[in-house]
Design a protein around this ligand. Structure first.
Ligand code: CP
Ligand code: NVA
Length: 303
């Protein structure tokens, strides 16, 4: 596989291999070792939206593996698809660097980059999906639940890019997902259908957060207002009332339920400060695992 654009396109065996590689590189680096497999190689990191975790963890993953990274802001290159066509950007990048990582609004931008680049292209979040996040999440779930197969995940909130990639990961890797969203913010029917065709009954949608968490091993949430939706902030905050992950909702779940959030979190909205800080919150392990998963991904695609 040349690119990493969406979990739905990846064979389950490749995802399993990436998880094994993430775990082995994690223990290698935690033990003070290294693997300089990307020595002399460079990753271009193109960001149309802000980022803390993705930017820092990809940069570090490249330098850990002996390579380098260049951060590219759209304003510096005259915008994406504005000063020149995306296909020309893809071709030119391919003459200079060994891989392209892109965070864009439209998913079509990363697929077009991948179509015309001769080097690997990685989706670092689009409006449609966030596959690197979902794979780091699965790694975190495996560490904390001791397994992936059969894990019950309750996602409470917006049926957005993060929810969609989690749904794909569940279908590929044998987890079960219940998404609880207010009416009008559900995960799209096409995603649910595709995932359930892949693995029957792996994803279900409800409008009742309490029902979603009742048997959950993990409660997961994400912002109600994704990047690019700032104009809808007030309406969204009103529409999502009742979908907050708070102590009351956590009480409706099994006592050992784990709490996850991809971050950045808007405390007091989709999640309370109290729940974020609970001992069963594994939110920062999730953030750390972005680095461990992406080292494995870069090694697999670029070495
Ligand atoms: N979770 C995540 O992708 O964070 P950033 O937007 O900070 O990269
Ligand atoms: N759904 C969020 C995820 C941020 C990592 C967004 O797209 O802004």
């Amino acid at each position: 596989m040349k690119d990493f654009l969406s979990i739905i396109d990846c064979p389950a065996e490749l995802l399993a291999e990436l998880l094994e590689l993430s775990a082995s590189l994690k223990s290698l680096y935690k033990g003070g070792g290294n693997d300089l497999c990307l020595s002399g190689k460079t990753l271009a990191m193109l960001f149309e939206k802000p980022s803390l975790r993705t930017r820092i963890s990809f940069h570090l993953a490249m330098t850990d593996l002996g390579g380098g990274a260049i951060y590219v802001k759209p304003e510096d290159i005259g915008g994406i698809g504005k000063r020149e066509p995306v296909k020309d950007m893809a071709r030119v990048f391919s003459r200079y660097v060994d891989g392209i990582m892109a965070r864009t609004f439209e998913h079509g931008t990363v697929t077009e980059l991948a179509e015309f680049a001769t080097v690997p292209v990685i989706n670092a979040l689009t409006d449609w999906s966030h596959p690197c996040q979902a794979m780091a999440d699965v790694l975190t779930i495996r560490e904390h639940c001791g397994r992936i197969e059969g894990v019950r995940l309750a996602y409470v909130g917006d049926g957005n890019n993060v929810a969609r990639s989690l749904a794909f990961a569940c279908g590929k890797l044998g987890m079960r997902l219940i998404v609880a969203s207010p009416a009008g913010y559900e995960l799209d029917a096409e995603t649910i259908e595709k995932v359930n065709q892949m693995a029957a009954d792996s994803v279900r949608q409800t409008n009742e957060p309490g029902e979603a968490v009742a048997q959950a091993d993990v409660i997961y949430t994400d912002t109600w207002v994704s990047m690019g939706q700032e104009d809808e902030k007030q309406k969204r905050q009103a529409d999502f009332a009742g979908f907050q992950v708070n102590a009351g909702l956590v009480k409706a779940a099994p006592a050992d339920v784990k709490i996850m959030h991809c971050l950045p979190a808007k405390r007091g909205f989709e999640i309370t400060d109290e729940v974020t800080e609970m001992p069963n919150s594994i939110i920062y392990d999730q953030s750390e695992n972005r680095l461990h998963f992406q080292r494995a991904l870069l090694k697999k695609l670029m070495s």
